[in-house]
Write a protein that binds this ligand. Structure first.
Ligand code: 4NP
Length: 162
């Protein structure tokens, strides 16, 4: 059974689609595509149905990441479909915990950067939406480190001989 992961930010147009593309690409490179089911969503619905922000798509493409899909909002029922619900920042994490139907669902919520062994406790992926181009590149850097940390955990927990 693959680990089912949902990456979550506010709009699902900048950070979480980037995180989704980075995690998918790096899982593929590690030969772990079949061990992970990866989606993304937003805690807010303002951008539902939209493609990822053109700045995120452009910065991603330059670094080999293909941001596909359309923005969607994370719903209470979605908790049942995922093992891990990974928030980009503390505000997304609190919104998700408030939405969670029970304690088991609340425990699925973690900060994405908590998988990065070099990150401080509570470290976030900052919202690049109102800032300049450097912010979009930083999002990719931070997502790569967190994705690699998560992939390392998946690789460690994978049954041997698989
Ligand atoms: P995201 O970025 O949460 O990384 O997708 C944002 C996108 C849109 C807005 C804020 C953040 N907004 O205020 O519309």
């Amino acid at each position: 059974m693959p680990l089912r992961v949902c990456l979550v930010c506010l709009g699902n147009i900048c950070r979480s689609p980037t995180a989704e593309a980075v995690l998918r690409e790096r899982a593929a490179r590690a030969g772990l595509s079949r061990e992970l089911r990866i989606e993304s969503a937003g805690t807010g619905g303002h951008h539902e149905g939209e493609r990822a922000d053109p700045r995120s798509r452009e910065h991603g493409a330059r670094r080999g990441y293909d941001l596909r899909g359309r923005a969607r909002r994370f719903h209470r029922d979605d908790f049942a479909r995922f093992d891990l619900v990974l928030a980009m920042d503390a505000s997304n994490a609190s919104a998700l915990r408030r939405l969670a139907p029970d304690a088991a669902a609340r425990e699925k919520v973690r900060l994405f950067r908590s998988f990065d062994p070099s990150a401080a406790p509570g470290a976030e992926v900052p919202d690049p939406y109102y800032g300049g181009p450097a912010g979009f590149d930083e999002v990719i850097d931070l997502c790569e480190r967190a994705a690699d940390g998560l992939i390392a955990e998946v690789a460690r927990s994978r049954p041997r001989g698989d």
